[in-house]
Design a protein around this ligand. Structure first.
Ligand SMILES: N[C@@H](CCC(=O)N[C@@H](CS)C(=O)NCC(=O)O)C(=O)O
Length: 340
């Protein structure tokens, strides 16, 4: 969702499939808070994010008027405190029930972010945890899911089997904060999730989430992108996939541009972030699969390469040109398949 033109936009650094980022986007969407979403390549985190939040985990919300929010739950609360049309925070509840409902929300989120996530991680990525028993972690996640199943059965009383939420007939913050992680569990163990007894209400709950307009909205533009945000601090070079494969084997890349070697031209062509699409259209649109190389100017300088801004002959538009030798692969921070 784009901010209004008169607003200074908050920036959400995000990762489309990350469950923490999904729940942050769910809250931003329901609150109708405009943000600029920047998809992060976790393998090549942009310097702009690292400067604001050195661990560079996602999501991070950069606000115009305060320090960045670096926990997904804080992003959810920040958004919902501005507008909470379905009362996910249960602030409209009055009397004793209010405190009790909020305590239950906090306890469910703590159980998800603590033990559930802990065990899920250890059976989903068992190879990262040698010496641990993935089967035991799997059983531990199932035990938690069965407890949530009982909650959902209780929540369904009054609205019908398979229709309840964790705290009753209306969804609350806990539902939207937990569901992206239950979705991860299903992805990790689809057969177990489909057949394990005692998870009937959890399955119905997740099915509703998977087919919901709420999830669809946060997995597509303008709240989610498949291509990473392009940092204006980096330089970019489009390379034919085969030529990049050769470069990786040799450790250096020797092409200037499509069809021309570094020796023929004398420098290596590159683009700034805002020039990539037009460069692709002009020279690579019919080239088959193309890689977009992201180049870190600090690493280029360390390798002895000089960047000169020089005009293109036909248009006079300035482009970065790299002088001083072939491009060492270490200066390439990301080499992704480019989809125009
Ligand atoms: N407690 C944080 C956790 C965020 C988190 O761990 N995000 C993952 C992506 S799903 C991440 O950034 N991992 C990269 C890393 O830890 O270096 C939150 O709730 O936002």
């Amino acid at each position: 969702m784009a901010p209004r033109p008169d607003e200074e936009a908050a920036i959400l650094w995000s990762f489309r499939r990350c469950p923490y980022a999904i729940r942050a986007r769910l809250a931003l969407a329901t609150a109708g808070v405009g943000v600029e979403v920047r998809e992060v390549n976790l393998g090549a985190r942009p310097p702009e994010l690292l400067e604001r939040w050195p661990p560079a985990t996602v999501p991070v919300l950069e606000r115009p008027d305060g320090p960045p929010l670096t926990e997904s739950l804080d992003v959810m609360t920040w958004a919902l405190e501005q507008r909470d049309p379905q009362d996910w925070l249960r602030r409209a509840v009055r009397g004793e029930a209010a405190g009790e409902q909020r305590r239950r929300i906090a306890a469910l989120v703590a159980e998800n972010d603590g033990p559930f996530k802990h065990h899920l991680e250890r059976f989903k990525y068992a190879n990262r945890y040698p010496g641990e028993d993935p089967g035991a972690h799997h059983q531990a996640t199932l035990a938690i899911l069965r407890r949530w199943n009982s909650r959902l059965e209780e929540g369904a009383s009054g609205c019908g089997v398979g229709k309840g939420w964790l705290l009753g007939p209306q969804s609350c913050l806990a539902d939207w904060a937990l569901l992206p992680f239950v979705r991860q569990f299903r992805i990790a163990d689809p057969a177990g999730f489909a057949t394990t007894a005692g998870l009937e209400a959890v399955r119905a709950w997740l099915d509703r989430f998977e087919t919901s307009a709420e999830l669809a909205a946060v997995m597509a533009p303008p709240l989610a992108f498949r291509q990473p945000w392009r940092s204006p601090s980096w330089l970019y070079h489009l390379a034919l996939t085969e030529e990049w494969r050769v470069a990786k084997a040799e450790g250096v890349y020797r092409r200037s541009t499509r069809g021309l070697s570094l020796e023929q031209v004398g420098f290596l062509h590159a683009s700034h972030a805002h020039q990539i699409a037009a460069t692709f259209e002009r020279f690579y649109a019919d080239a088959g699969p193309v890689r977009l190389l992201s180049l870190d100017p600090k690493r280029l300088a360390a390798a002895g390469l000089e960047v000169r801004e020089e005009p293109a002959p036909e248009s006079g538009e300035l482009f970065p040109h790299l002088y001083g030798g072939p491009l060492p692969c270490e200066a390439v921070v990301a080499a992704e398949l480019y989809r125009p």
